[in-house]
Design a protein around this ligand. Structure first.
Ligand SMILES: NC(=O)c1ccc[n+]([C@@H]2O[C@H](COP(=O)([O-])OP(=O)(O)OC[C@H]3O[C@@H](n4cnc5c(N)ncnc54)[C@H](O)[C@@H]3O)[C@@H](O)[C@H]2O)c1
Ligand SMILES: [Zn+2]
Length: 489
């Protein structure tokens, strides 16, 4: 039972009411142009009503968020700029540098350019070239062991999201050598422990135009015991510097262009349509606990919507013509734009649903991926549900879906609020078909009988699904999104 208001609380509320007429409950009625008679029963009741709101506003767990925070790495963009990394490490006074890459990149231009720069600048380094493409908890732990053994004072990641994420984990657990692996993994799978000390500098050099991981504090891996992906997310993980060099993405095979580009598309669309940050609860009591993924916010909006327009224009060109270096360069920029947008706003359903899609895959192996195990590339796993996801979320924030459809070239005046989700979904479907993306989850070998497991694997992805514009959907809604994603066109 709430305590009866004392004279002093009533007096304080009176002062508050007078200074805050906008919040006055009396003014919630239209045409109520009255004065405040301070002695009537009606006004006393309003005071009590307001007092209750004021009292509950003291409990942070019930309060909505009131602030958002922008974090991003420093970004250096330019053709050939990888050659500066050695000088950067000298400027950081690094004595021992650990360079992480995957077995394929180890043989290609990006790693050669890094090694050349390190040698020229006489940097002391060790190389770990065994990062797993689409990493797992096991592959993360192997990289962490390497890092703990060498205990470097700076890290360089040369590769796609798989390499950059693995390097972030190596950096984190080397700083907390006694931590249990699950300590920092997102709740409810892990403990979601916040990172409360600075990590060693990490320079990320992306070789795909995709994840934007060079800008974010997120590291994603497949948690093998549970057959779905999860991650570690804290802004302390974010690289100090992203060296974004268009020469490094030139060797991407067509399917890596497509998959990593579709990841950018979903980062942009999901962050732009995410629940607004001011609707998120609880308001963190300590700023350290404000999540990296905060919901859509005015600054992320700019980055995300612009990234979307770039993907619509340049991804089809980059995929269809391997010599279209301009389109490839713009896609690399778009990945970074979207990374800054979604790195602060977050992603929601396409990503939440993708984690069991990749984790439950048994035999599908995407072309152009040089690995000896089944693989659904991350970008494919997020894109296949996109037409159904945005049909579902359309009614929850129609204006944002209209903006997105306009980015796809639809005439704004032709879209009604009630059809925004459908129109966007239709455009997305055509975009995917044009890029020759597998036709829905059935093309990966899933059928209706897998939906129960797919839903079960999505429920723990609350960190992202709760950023859907209507909050986390229930089991039936998830099942229906999966069902309608079995075939897209
Ligand atoms: N941290 C984040 O914010 C974030 C965001 C999205 C995705 N991810 C994660 O990132 C991973 C996917 O990363 P990705 O899409 O960048 O691809 P990737 O790192 O998995 O690489 C895909 C394949 O392309 C090859 N490759 C990469 N660059 C190449 C190049 N320039 N030339 C030739 N081959 C090249 C790789 O060797 C690999 O075989 C997934 O694990 C995903 O969950 C992380
Ligand atoms: Zn992604």
């Amino acid at each position: 039972m709430p305590n009866a208001p004392t004279r002093s609380t009533v007096a304080r509320l009176m002062t508050l009411l007078q200074s805050s007429a906008k919040a006055c409950p009396c003014h919630s009625h239209a045409h109520s142009h009255h004065h405040h008679p301070s002695t009537t029963t009606a006004s006393f009741n309003s005071l009590l009503q307001y007092g209750r709101q004021y009292a509950s506003a003291q409990d942070p767990s019930q309060q909505k968020e009131y602030a958002f925070e922008m974090a991003a790495s420093n970004i250096r963009f330019g053709e050939g700029v990888t050659s500066e990394v050695g000088a950067d490490l000298n400027n950081l006074k690094a004595k021992k540098v650990a360079v992480f890459t995957d077995p394929k990149i180890a043989k290609l231009h990006p790693l050669k350019a890094v090694v050349e720069s390190l040698e020229r600048n006489k940097v002391n380094y060790v190389i770990y070239d065994n990062v797993r493409v689409e990493p797992t908890d096991i592959s993360f732990k192997q990289a962490i062991e390497f890092s703990k053994t060498h205990n470097p004072d700076a890290f360089v990641a040369v590769g796609g999201g798989s390499v950059i994420d693995t390097t972030k984990a190596a950096n984190l657990y080397t700083a907390y050598p006694d931590a249990d692996f699950l300590d920092f993994v997102n709740a409810p799978i892990g403990k979601g422990r916040p990172v409360d000390k600075p990590l060693k500098p990490l320079i990320a050099i992306p070789t795909t135009a995709g994840t934007g991981s060079e800008t974010t504090g997120t590291a994603i891996f497949d948690y093998v015991p549970l057959h779905f992906k999860t991650g570690i997310a804290h802004r302390a993980l974010k690289p100090l510097l992203g060296i974004v060099d268009p020469l490094n993405t030139r060797s991407m095979p067509t399917q890596v262009h497509t998959a990593s580009g579709l990841d950018v598309l979903c980062h942009a669309l999901e962050s732009y349509t995410a629940l607004p940050y001011s609707e998120r609860t609880p308001r963190p009591q300590n700023p350290l606990n404000r999540p990296a993924y905060q919901g859509s916010n005015p600054i992320s909006d700019v980055w995300s919507l612009h990234a979307l327009k770039m993907v619509v224009e340049y991804l089809p060109r980059a995929v269809k013509n391997p010599d279209d270096h301009e389109a490839q360069k713009q896609m690399l920029l778009a990945a970074t734009f979207a990374g800054i947008g979604f790195g602060n706003a977050g992603v929601h359903l396409c990503h939440g649903l993708s984690y069991p899609i990749s984790g439950l895959n048994k035999s599908y192996k995407h072309p152009d991926y040089d690995v000896d195990y089944p693989i659904v590339p991350h970008g494919i796993s997020v894109a296949l549900t996109a037409p159904s996801v945005f049909r579902f979320t359309g009614a929850l924030c129609p204006d944002r879906h209209i903006d997105a459809a306009v980015a796809f070239g639809v005439d704004r005046s032709s879209i009604k609020q009630s059809t925004a989700g459908h129109v966007l979904s239709e455009r997305l479907t055509r975009f995917l078909e044009d890029l020759n993306v597998p036709n829905g989850l059935s093309a990966l070998g899933f059928s209706s009988s897998d939906i129960g497991d797919l839903v079960k694997g999505t429920l723990p992805q609350e960190r992202v699904t709760k950023l859907s514009p209507g909050g986390a959907p229930g089991e039936e809604e998830l099942a229906s999104i999966f069902e309608s994603s079995m075939t897209n066109y």
